[in-house]
Design a protein around this ligand. Structure first.
Ligand code: AMP
Ligand code: MN
Ligand code: MN
Ligand code: MN
Length: 279
């Protein structure tokens, strides 16, 4: 089990734990380096930094940014960023506005299907954090519309489903620029979760590298060996550094466990080499 986890969520987006609780669990799990990467916000980082200092676990700043590319939504991790960088702050603020607008539209669509309190419930669940589809999924479970989160995505919120809203986020190129200007490393999150054909995935990686992207998440949660090998080959081919992260959201999630990623293949250069860290 590798001792690095550079992808996790707190209550500042769609995670279940406060950054402090997350930091404590990280320490108990034996992870040596971690990052909090909430969706389109850096608001949890102050608390995560303080908690990590208290536990003595190495920690870098992070964020998971929503990006658009070829009519699709991609997620780009900004790791080791300066959260105060102006372009980053402006970009994230815009994305959160877009999320608010999208939430209103999702809410209207769900209301048409009889779930007229879903928006209010989702907002309440999001609290002061970024509002996400996870909050709508939780709201739909709470309202008894579906039995679990997966069903909420399958029936309402997923691509092509009645309450899906195609959002225009910032373009991939802008997202990479913003991260780079904030002194961070841009890492393409969970590359296998975009339903891309091999040809499209190679096209994406090629453009990602050309736009100044630094790395890809080779290990994302409990990654199967064939996927690990494929992404490792792509990391080499496109000269991208390798990252690893569980995409942890909640202790109740059955398979996205903190630190629950396989070891990175030895031939790869880890993204933390860029930060002068030897883990
Ligand atoms: P958003 O960025 O608001 O579109 O929400 C995306 C989030 O929804 C992801 O980060 C996941 O946490 C969650 N999500 C997406 N698909 C599923 C699914 N099938 N089951 C559970 N959660 C999902
Ligand atoms: Mn999420
Ligand atoms: Mn993601
Ligand atoms: Mn994530």
């Amino acid at each position: 089990m590798i001792r690095v986890d550079l992808h996790s969520h707190s209550v500042f987006s769609d995670g279940a734990l406060e950054p402090v609780e997350l930091a404590q669990r990280i320490a108990v799990t034996g992870i040596r380096l971690w990052a909090l990467t909430d969706h389109d916000t850096t608001d949890g980082l102050v608390q995560a930094a303080a908690a990590s200092r208290a536990t003595g676990v190495r920690w870098v700043t992070g964020v998971e940014i929503s990006a658009s590319w070829a009519s699709r939504t991609l997620h780009v991790l900004g790791l080791n960023i300066d959260p105060e960088a102006p372009a980053l702050r402006t970009g994230l603020a815009r994305l959160r506005e877009m999320r608010e607008q999208r939430a209103a539209t999702i809410g209207a669509k769900l209301a048409k299907h009889g779930w007229d309190t879903a928006l209010l419930a989702a907002r309440q669940r999001a609290g002061a954090g970024t509002i996400t589809r996870t909050h709508f999924a939780e709201a739909l479970v709470e309202l008894g519309a579906v039995h679990n989160l997966q069903q909420a995505f399958d029936r309402y919120l997923g691509r092509g489903k009645p309450a899906h809203v195609q959002a225009e986020w910032l373009h991939l190129t802008s997202v990479i620029k913003i991260i780079t200007a904030a002194g961070g490393s841009a890492v393409l999150a969970h590359p296998m979760r975009y339903d891309l054909t091999a040809t499209w995935l190679r096209k994406l990686l090629s453009e990602f590298k050309l736009a100044g992207g630094h790395g890809i998440e080779v290990a994302s949660g409990p990654t199967a060996n064939d996927q690990l090998d494929l992404l490792a080959d792509y990391a080499v081919k496109f000269e991208l550094k390798a990252s690893t992260g569980s995409d942890f959201h909640s202790p109740t999630h059955p398979w996205r466990k903190l630190g629950g990623t396989p070891e990175l293949p030895k031939k790869l250069i880890p993204i933390w080499a860029d930060w002068g860290l030897d883990v």
